[in-house]
Design a protein around this ligand. Structure first.
Ligand SMILES: C[S@@+](CC[C@H](N)C(=O)[O-])C[C@H]1O[C@@H](n2cnc3c(N)ncnc32)[C@H](O)[C@@H]1O
Length: 243
């Protein structure tokens, strides 16, 4: 893949961390996947088809003991824009890791499960998020699920002084660089529905704050909140989706 400015930017973040991150899968996402009914849905899908994590970084959550039997599942994929992260993941992990710019499409597939590794809100504009959701829907098998967590706005939102949030565009900037797209929960809901997903699980976890920048590791009250979701590609043809 071409190493352009966008790739260099994510590579720089991984180089800064300076080493394997294998012990540090995202704890919030991991706990979400271990909770019911999500964990039971994963168990039910274990032999139904391939799974992929989008924006997996240096370690896919599929490397963890999320459920019994996952250690024997061979069709697990991990995609990320950063070749530095993917090289590190490949150096020790057992998933099929590939560098990919997911705004251009989801490689291979179709998938029974797609996991959002805190990637969706890392996209740089609302149109980009809309496009990627379209790719996700198309790469799921009918009845397949897209599971994840995204940042949401709330009435007490505030951002660190090195960040600027454009409320009209819903884009967070660090200097001139767009780093996050953050919507209100009802805007995420509308977007998911407009893209053709069936919403199966949709819970705003106000108690979980998500840190949008890279200057601190302790969450603060004004940080975006966490929206947990499970979206399904409808099984039937009545929503105009080709099977
Ligand atoms: C917030 S990080 C999360 C990384 C990891 N899943 C975790 O939870 O620690 C978002 C990830 O999305 C990746 N990413 C951003 N834009 C992408 C794109 N267009 N295509 C593929 N991956 C992308 C970044 O490289 C980064 O690894």
């Amino acid at each position: 893949m071409e190493i352009n400015e966008k790739v260099e930017r994510v590579n720089a973040q991984y180089r800064q961390r300076n080493g394997l991150n294998r012990g540090l899968s995202n704890p919030s996402l991991s706990s979400f996947l271990k909770k019911e009914p999500i964990n039971q849905w994963l168990k039910d899908s274990l032999v139904d088809g391939a799974w992929a994590e989008l924006g997996c970084g240096e370690k896919s959550l599929f490397e963890e003991e999320l459920l019994p039997g996952i250690e024997n599942k061979s069709d697990l994929w991990g995609f990320d824009l950063s070749d530095v992260a993917i090289d590190r993941a490949n150096s020790w992990g057992r998933c099929h890791y590939h560098q990919a710019d997911l705004t251009k499409g989801i490689p291979y597939g179709p998938y029974q499960i797609l996991l959002d590794g805190h990637f969706l809100h890392s996209l740089c504009s609302l149109p980009e998020v809309f496009t990627v959701l379209g790719h996700i829907l198309q790469s799921l098998r009918p009845g397949g699920r897209f599971i994840g967590e995204v940042m949401t706005l709330h009435k007490n939102i505030s951002f660190d002084s090195d960040l600027y949030f454009d409320f009209d565009k819903r884009v967070l900037f660090q200097g001139s660089i767009p780093i996050r797209t953050i919507l209100e929960a009802r805007e995420w809901e509308d977007l998911f529905k407009n893209c053709g997903f069936e919403i199966e699980f949709f819970v705003c976890q106000a108690s979980i704050k998500m840190i949008p920048g890279n200057k601190r590791s302790e969450p603060m009250t004004g940080d975006p909140e966490c929206l947990r979701f499970t979206l399904k590609r409808p099984n039937t043809k009545n929503k105009g989706i080709s099977e």
